[in-house]
Design a protein around this ligand. Sequence first.
Ligand code: PGA
Length: 257
Amino acid sequence: MKTVIGNWKMNVGVRESVALARGVLYALRGKRVIPEVVLCPSYTALSEVRKVVARSSVSLGAQNMHWEEKGAFTGEVSARMLEEVGVSHVILGHSERRQLLGEADEMIGKKVAQALDKGFVPVLCVGETKEEREAGEEKEIVRTQLKKALQNVRLSKKAKLFIAYEPIWAIGTGKTATVAEAIEMHALIREIAGEILGGAEAVQVLYGGSINNDNAYEFLREEEVDGVLVGGASVKLSQMREVLEAATEAVEGQLAA
Ligand code: PGA
């Protein structure tokens, strides 16, 4: 299976989110096989997008979640609140939150543990900066991020966890990692996650960072790439349609193999 996750960030309001979700469903209509699709609108659009994707195979994701059950945490949203509006997946540790909003590894670890405890599928983001890659430190950086994010995790039998490798220098820049760089890091992520969790069966590794209609297939056709986390291109329906088409072709390729 291949997964396409659309991270709409703070880019679209309720009306546009509904239109995008409808467009995605339309693009998947009539296909014999379809990839797993998760749409992550802003909090304010979750309820309306839920109505669109209800009774479809498309899942609803949130872009963040707090680690506590409830309390005096102004501006935060809990697992229970997300569950109430039909959310099943949650992006955690996105580099924009790490870099711009001071989200630390320790918080991300607590969020991942809470998300799994409450039955969500976390989409944990890891990745190095340009300077770190230039210094040859990317593997150590990702290893540390994974250790801190997964240390408190207990996986139940049916738990599932996405880990998105998102090199920070590739996000929103139009510059992707090479497929070879992605594959190398994906294999390492699987290995490290397997060491920490006592097996990597529950883990699926996604690539994210400037995925679009032109480059989606070259990543998705690789066995090491379980899917893509798409930002900018996911709010442009014409591009998203082609990313979904690429994922469908990749799934067909898997079935034929
Ligand atoms: P991008 O964002 O596709 O716009 O590079 C990806 C992400 O931030 O998840």
